[in-house]
Design a protein around this ligand. Structure first.
Ligand code: SF4
Length: 339
């Protein structure tokens, strides 16, 4: 794996105005992404994890520029080696780079147009970006159908004729048809049965090897993240609180929120499940987050300092970053990795 970055996000913010009253005045800001820093190297898989509503989907979509950032930089290395700031691109310049960054959606049922055949669905990005037509287009679709484990003879079928796992394979073929270098997968296996989930995760790993892909894999499910990621980024109320290689993060978390998430993973054997609650309380509203460390109302290690002072994300060890005042002294519990 080369260690030059493919994507580097710097101080990225995405706020939404909260409007009220007849005049629809802005009365507050919803801080969906509140100063995110994140780097992804070519060929790696970075897992982005956090509870529902933590801002991870907004971060993914802001990187893809389906949402316009409020502030910050999204540096992306194009296939010709030039680095562009996606946050600044508009119009034709943005359209030209879009084929290089694609997305796999959570719900293949609703993300595939039921009135289009597989051929039309998978080839649509090629047509929209004028990258291929005619026989060349059909050959490219057939090639990808084979790569994702679908039969070419089903090219003219409609999505309803396929199972959930097969529909997700169609979504993956569609995402890869433009030869992207970065793929953002947002809860890509969450809607699938457990048995199918493992097959699709293995398929994504095979495709990464074959096409040299780089993944930003967004999920609330740490067991899925553990299965596929080289590194993990943990997000809480719009902020990144920990970044670490997957094995170190699972074995020895440095942030109390990561510890709570890990200890909350259900044990596969119901007889070994604990009734202990590791993460109590609600996720705070991103419209009115708590003072100081956003995690302090739920953190069992919090002190008065945590209530007033926000801990910056800092490098504690090579490759490990954490946003906690007491990361050096806390002895947190990890979990065993599943093979
Ligand atoms: Fe907990 Fe304080 Fe660390 Fe925040 S800074 S995670 S409240 S110990």
């Amino acid at each position: 794996m080369a260690d030059e970055f493919l994507l580097e996000v710097r101080d990225l913010k995405k706020y939404y105005p909260v409007k009220k009253g007849l005049l629809r005045r802005t009365v507050a800001q919803l801080r969906a992404v509140d100063g995110a820093n994140l780097s992804i190297c070519k060929g790696e898989t970075v897992g982005l994890v956090g509870e529902s509503g933590c801002g991870k989907t907004t971060l993914g979509r802001t990187i893809l520029r389906t949402h316009r950032p409020t502030e910050g930089e999204i540096l992306f290395r194009k296939t010709d080696g030039a680095v562009v700031d996606l946050a600044q691109l508009e119009g034709d310049a943005l359209r030209a780079v879009r084929p290089q960054i694609q997305m796999i959606f959570q719900d293949p049922q609703s993300s595939l147009n039921p009135r289009m055949t597989v051929l039309d669905i998978v080839s649509e990005p090629l047509v929209a970006n004028r990258l291929a037509r005619g026989d060349e287009l059909v050959e490219r679709v057939k090639f990808l159908m084979g790569k994702v484990g679908l039969e070419v003879k089903h090219l003219n079928r409609y999505p309803h004729a396929f199972s959930g796992g097969q529909r997700q394979r169609i979504g993956i073929a569609r995402a890869l048809i433009t030869n992207p270098s970065l793929v953002v997968a947002d809860e890509a296996v969450s809607a699938l049965d457990v048995s199918v989930r493992a097959q699709v995760l293995n398929l994504l790993s095979d495709l990464q090897r074959d096409f040299g892909l780089t993944y930003l894999f967004i999920s609330h499910d740490l067991s899925v993240i553990q299965h596929i990621s080289n590194r993990v980024v943990v997000m809480y109320v719009g902020r990144i609180v920990e970044v670490a290689p997957t094995d170190s993060l699972f074995a020895r978390p440095l942030h109390p929120y990561t510890e709570a998430l890990l200890l909350s993973i259900p044990a596969p054997d119901p007889r070994r499940r604990s009734t202990e609650v590791f993460l109590s309380g609600e996720t705070p509203s991103p419209v009115k987050p708590p003072s100081g460390c956003y995690f302090h109302p739920r953190c069992k290690y919090a002190t008065d300092k945590c209530k007033v002072e926000a801990p910056p994300l800092r490098e504690l060890e090579p490759g490990r970053q954490v946003a906690c005042h007491y990361a050096e002294t806390l002895e947190l519990r990890g979990v065993a990795l599943h093979s």
